[in-house]
Design a protein around this ligand. Sequence first.
Ligand code: AMP
Ligand code: ZN
Length: 652
Amino acid sequence: MKNRMSELVTLLNRYAHEYYTKDTPSVSDSEYDQLYRELVSLEEKYPNDILPDSPTHRVGGKVLDGFEKYQHQYPLYSLQDAFSRAELEAFDERVRKEFPEAIYLCELKIDGLSISLSYENGILVAGATRGDGSIGENITENLKRVKDIPLTLPQPLTMTVRGECYMPKASFDEVNRFRQENGEAEFANPRNAAAGTLRQLDTAVVAKRNLSTFLYQEASPTTEVSQESVLKKLSKLGFAVNDNRVLASSIDQVWNFIEKISQERNKLPYEIDGIVIKVNSLAAQEELGFTVKAPKWAIAYKFPAEEKEAKLLSVDWTVGRTGVVTPTANLTPVQLAGTTVSRATLHNVDYIKEKDIRKDDTVIVYKAGDIIPAVLRVVETKRVSEEKLAVPKYCPSCESELLHFEDEVALRCINPLCPAQIREGLIHFASRDAMNITGLGPAVVEKLFSQGLVSDVAGIYRLQVEELLQLENFKEKSANKLYNAIQASRENSAERLLFGLGIRHVGSKASRILLEHFHDIPTLAKADLDTIASIDGLGLVIATSLHSYFEQEGTQTLLAELQEAGVNLAYLGEKVAADAILSGKTVVLTGKLETLTRTQAREKLLRLGANVASSVSKKTDLVIAGADAGSKLAKAQELGIEIQNEEWLEQL
Ligand code: AMP
Ligand code: ZN
């Protein structure tokens, strides 16, 4: 078995490398899964033989107590900066005094954080942050969850390599969207997000967040002769190495590369903040040596910040789900970070006052990463009018008076019947981390709402296919699809519903904790304030908010309506693993069950990963039949579908 295990580990590591680092997978996902599962089951049977480089180390959570200090064997350096061509020319002069023929290697300066990886006999034994350059933090467990870092090398080498760990723009957007929906503070930029992720004590979070790396240095003594040959070697060893680099024999050539990358920068799937220029010859590097903190043989050219001037045309005020009214500036269009920007956020009413933004002002807009553009400040010298910006007194949606609470920076509409709030609430309800109803995005919600087909979340479940067919662009197929997605969402575990209700301060994490504790929403609704407040991870703010929500008239009616529509109000336990026994299988229950109630049977099936359907069709994989089963059983027999009884289900 040991042999098979080692064979599987080798294969899976190779496939993972092809997939994550080279982007050229040679097997299908399902083949990979199958081999992976075989390995998992062998490892369960023979835990003593688990190999140190098994890919199973990459997943699954461990909660760490903290990070230990890590003494770097070879110190990490920082880089001298340059902000202009003149500074690069000065650098070039210093280098050429000693090496008139110097050649440079220009690399992208990846905006992440430095990491150091140590391998012993080809096995990853330690990974650390830079810290102060000589002492960092040992984050080995977290770095093992970064999928493009090789756990083993193809040769039994003992070496230390350095590079940058970063969060791709797409992952960054996703993480922030999730945080925003949960009412958590968003990360300001991908670098903060990567740093925050690597300092997570829960390794499962790291595994989920899709960090990547680019390695660019062999810190331990090397036999290579140039920076370029080091990069080639690292790439051969299976490390992710950035291909976007160029050799240059003059600052002219360096500058060409800088200009080219400045143009293309926004199309890169990751953030960079400059170009690093390194003397290519390692012998010359050694000769040139170091200043107190940085090598004399390298310099980092930093891009200027992406800022532009634009003229403020007008301000839109929009009402969000919680009644907060947010100002957005309409601007004369400007090119910024690769896109045309004509709208930028003004954050909130207090921001406008603080920055003293006035009518027709010229303002500076900026965009950090793929974040929505924002107004940074006013160019006062270009002010044309002293007139202050008008701040609305009344809600732009329902016209009720807006409030500006003392402890808040925002304006708020507190009318619970405000159409804009209801519409935004519906969008939130259907969104991915809430009820996850595919096809029920903002545009469709807007139509359903404005045509009066849906006015509250329970109304979503009363929708009929015929009504959906009235919507613009809806055909039989799309209407059925949406209808089915709505029906399927009734089976969600109730933390999604609780989150979807959009109760202030109750994010998806709090929703889960609440339901783990109270099991279903009706029980939670009856819980007293102190009990809720005392639960680990919650507190008085959440408890108070929940309490007032459940006390509102209307809440009980809404819950009753949801229940009547067949929406599940109970917690169904841990999220089912992708490899649960009935994962992806469609199962139908029929007949009278003896020991389990229908609901219990259904919950058990859901926990095992099944989709529970109400009628038998060709798509059904399995029918569980109790006593006196009738037409569904007959149909299953006719279609040759697998049929099992209650006892079988209980034994699973
Ligand atoms: P700074 O933090 O501005 O002093 O810049 C130095 C940092 O740039 C290093 O610690 C690395 O983390 C980072 N860096 C990103 N890309 C590269 C690269 N290609 N070569 C060297 N350093 C890089
Ligand atoms: Zn309103």
